[in-house]
Design a binder for this molecule. Structure first.
Ligand code: NI
Length: 224
């Protein structure tokens, strides 16, 4: 397995205009700056087609992957999220990160993990309800039932392969993020009745009339 922690030559890392704006420096100094500076991506909101598509497998030789992973963690922390999937920053690739520690559950201590090219093997156990939210659907929290356990095969940030079963709240976070890679949002689990009750709020998000306390890109928001 290739070591994903190894950074590729830097001309290939983070060449997006936003990065250049952030640093305002020549690419040649990027490695140095990278030690203490991250890129915060805006979260794409409900209505963006990338959230409805099945995300594609990542080529592990993708040179910008290590930096992208770090940026996803920083973006997630800035938005006070416990999980973030690549489609939520507009990238249709099979990658998500979690750091569930802020949820204050004993079994979540140190649950900072990277999932590359995850594949669901099985889900089982009695479905249980929990009120979920999603950074891409600001202001909405609704109860969703999910099976107790999920088993995934995935690669970590070092390119090492794992097959693991997650339970309880950790399973919940993994299931929610995995769904993002399948183009599925938690509101799709709601009954037609519940969905109708929140439809106005969803419409506001679709129209870009909602608010979030983190950078967000609404589907109908024109680029500034
Ligand atoms: Ni979400």
């Amino acid at each position: 397995m290739p070591d994903l922690a190894l950074q590729a030559p830097f001309s290939e890392i983070r060449h997006s205009p936003a990065t250049q704006n952030l640093c305002g420096i020549k690419q040649g100094f990027r490695t140095f700056v990278h030690l203490f500076e991250y890129m915060i991506y805006p979260i794409v909101a409900l209505g963006n087609p990338v959230l409805k598509e099945r995300a594609k497998e990542i080529d592990l030789r993708m040179p910008e992957l290590p930096a992208l992973i770090e940026d996803m963690f920083e973006t997630m922390y800035q938005a006070s999220g416990v999980g973030l999937a690549a489609p939520q920053i507009g990238k249709g690739i099979r990658l998500f990160v979690i750091d569930a520690e802020p949820m204050d559950e004993e079994n979540l201590k140190g649950a900072k993990m990277v999932f590359i090219n995850p594949l669901k093997i099985e889900e089982n156990g009695t479905p249980w309800p929990y009120e979920e939210g999603c950074l891409s659907i600001p202001g909405i929290r609704e109860e969703v039932k999910r099976p107790e356990k999920i088993t995934l095969e995935y690669l970590d940030e070092k390119g090492e392969k794992h097959k693991k079963t997650f339970e309880g709240m950790l399973a919940r976070v993994v299931q929610h993020e995995y769904d993002h890679l399948e183009g599925k949002l938690f509101i799709e689990y709601l009954s037609p009745f519940r969905k109708k009750l929140i439809q106005n709020k969803l419409n506001d998000i679709l129209k870009g009339k909602a608010k979030a306390d983190y950078p967000i890109r609404f589907a109908l928001q024109t680029k500034r």
